[in-house]
Design a protein around this ligand. Structure first.
Ligand code: PGA
Length: 221
């Protein structure tokens, strides 16, 4: 895999102390075993973004930050929303369209299109999650993560053949975005996808919460 992108989706996990601990552990792993030519993005909850940004500014760690959501609306009277301009102060990336938000928060394709527009207007890199080859992908998306619902958090990662087939179809209709796979990715699974030319990296949930296991995934890419 050339110049892989490995993204940690912490979901609704980690308080401030836990986020800082993770980065400290990650730093000591990185110092013992530095990597190059890999893009690694951590997506903490909103509450931990600022502490993570400060840590990265103070330490020489090659990590980027991403948000797990963005408001479809600009700055204004939108209680509870975090807009793209605010995210841009702390992050380079944003995840949009995760299936957990589609299911639990009823996010619809039309809302997701607005979120992508808002994120792009601030120059954020959009990581857009699709559940299959038929999920609509809005214009301007930079990275597409194929995450079949059956594979998320279940330990049943999609077969390499299945991933290849879906990514080929996505690529045929949308050649620009970089393509990732996500769903029960762990250190052991990574090598199963290494030979698939369409896979440029991974979106990792559960296995990204522990610095050791996330670092092993990065090292295996
Ligand atoms: P998982 O989650 O790695 O825990 O399956 C992936 C995701 O939801 O992005």
């Amino acid at each position: 895999m050339q110049n892989p992108i490995i993204i940690a989706n912490w979901k609704s996990h980690k308080n401030l102390g836990e986020a800082k601990n993770f980065l400290e552990q990650f730093q000591s792993l990185y110092e013992k075993n530095p990597y190059s030519d890999k893009t690694v993005v951590i997506c903490p909850p909103f509450t931990a973004l600022s502490v993570c940004r400060s840590f990265l500014s103070q330490n020489n760690l090659p990590l980027y930050l991403g948000a797990q959501n963005v408001s479809a609306y600009p700055e204004g009277a939108y209680t509870g929303e975090v807009n793209a301009k605010q995210i841009k102060e702390l992050c380079e990336y944003v995840i949009i369209g995760h299936s957990e938000r589609r299911q639990n928060l009823s996010e619809k394709d039309i809302d997701l299109g607005k979120k992508v527009e808002a994120a792009k207007s601030e120059g954020l890199q959009v990581i857009f999650c699709v559940q299959n080859e038929n999920t609509p992908i809005p214009a301007g998306v930079d990275i597409v993560a194929y995450e079949p619902v059956s594979a998320i958090g279940t330990g049943n990662a999609e077969s390499p053949e299945g991933v290849k087939m879906v990514l080929q179809k996505i690529h045929a209709s949308r050649p620009e975005p970089v393509l990732l796979y996500g769903g029960s990715v762990n250190e052991g699974e990574v090598k199963n996808y290494a030979h698939i030319e369409e896979v440029s990296g991974f979106l990792v949930g559960g296995a990204s919460l522990d610095a050791d296991s996330f670092f092993s995934i990065i090292s295996s890419c």
